[in-house]
Design a protein around this ligand. Sequence first.
Ligand SMILES: *Cc1c(COP(=O)(O)O)cnc(C)c1O
Length: 432
Amino acid sequence: MKFYSTKRQAPEVNLKEAVLKSLPADKGLYMPEQIAQMPSSYWEQIGDMTFQEAAYQLVKSLLKDCIPDDKLQQIVYDTLNFEAPLKQLEDNLYCLELFHGPSLAFKDFGARFMARLMSYLVGNQEQTLDILVATSGDTGGAVALGFYNTPNINVTILYPSGKVSMLQEKQLTTLGGNIQALEVNGTFDDCQSLVKQAFLDQDLNDKLLLSSANSINIARLVPQSFYYLRAYQQIKDKSQAIAMCVPSGNFGNITAGIIAKKMGLPIPQFIAANNKNEVFKKYWETGKYEPHPSYQTVSNAMDVGNPSNFQRLMDIYQNDLDAVKKDIWACSFTDEQTIEAIGEIYQKYQYLVCPHTAVAYLGAKAFEKEHSKHQIIFQATAHPSKFIDIVEETTKTKVELPEQLNELIDRKKEAIQLDVDFDKFKNYLLSK
Ligand SMILES: *Cc1c(COP(=O)(O)O)cnc(C)c1O
């Protein structure tokens, strides 16, 4: 399998280059050259497979001939060492819990797979790979935990001092080993520009093998199709149409679902639920795509004013809005509605959700009003404890910390302080 750029101005590349380079030179995004249907027998038998087996069969088809089968199988089996349970709340309403991984958010699927795949891809080289990540909080945690103890790879995480939550900071700074945190005296944008400068610095690139773990990497996209399979496996009555509601920011999650659909996944309807950052919903209504600086909301992992994966969706649907509308229904919600929904879900089902999950629930309910006869699944993309303040305040209930967080609380923070100064950053990287 080769990978092309959605802008089609850069050459096709193999998997190694697509993953290690992340971005093609024309600033498009990499896509697999073919997204072939799985045989119908696969979908008929999927209910009898394990999660790992179903995922492995799918990704083997998507990354055809890129990696030896046994290696790919090992990467998939190692990635999926936690469950994605489907919880039934009503007759036709389900919640797909995607927060049982080490960082308690669905980004673990992408980060764990990418770490293992990158490690395999650099395995035969003498040099270790240096991953640089700038984070405003959540991504860094998934990347740190995903790459922890991965052979041949060192990770340097830059985060803005005082601007991430206590638990997020613990996830970034307490692992040690091959994970190094740099606490930057600046903003997230400062962190990001330091990382960008590093990638452009010839001297650094001559001396180090640099790569990024950002969300547009094809290695993070592909494994996000896995849990769509898991949802389908767990639905008992497969004769009634299924709709899947995805709380969307950068649109990586839903794009992976659409890729699975192109491979034959029998989920006919997708719902893209936005917060106030509703450029996709506006596009869906008017055909005009008008990106804007992001607005801050309570579902902050979805605060994206110019979703990167929009390019991939347009590539899949060849810019045909009618084709988009056949598969995807769009909606958006305010912070007031989101907070109210957290309370409502707790009242109705004694179920605690994070703000992103509440947006997905609202999307499911709005869709239900207009379309009968669907079994609707909404995704819980993060554990409520990651947003403990707002959840406890709204529900007046104590959120129990899962063991992953409990373990972190007592660990000691280790971070190197860094000013917003590229030369200092460069010296640090070269001196390691
Ligand atoms: C990243 C994230 C999202 C948004 O996912 P995209 O793939 O960017 O659309 C939603 N919820 C949570 C908790 C996230 O961390």
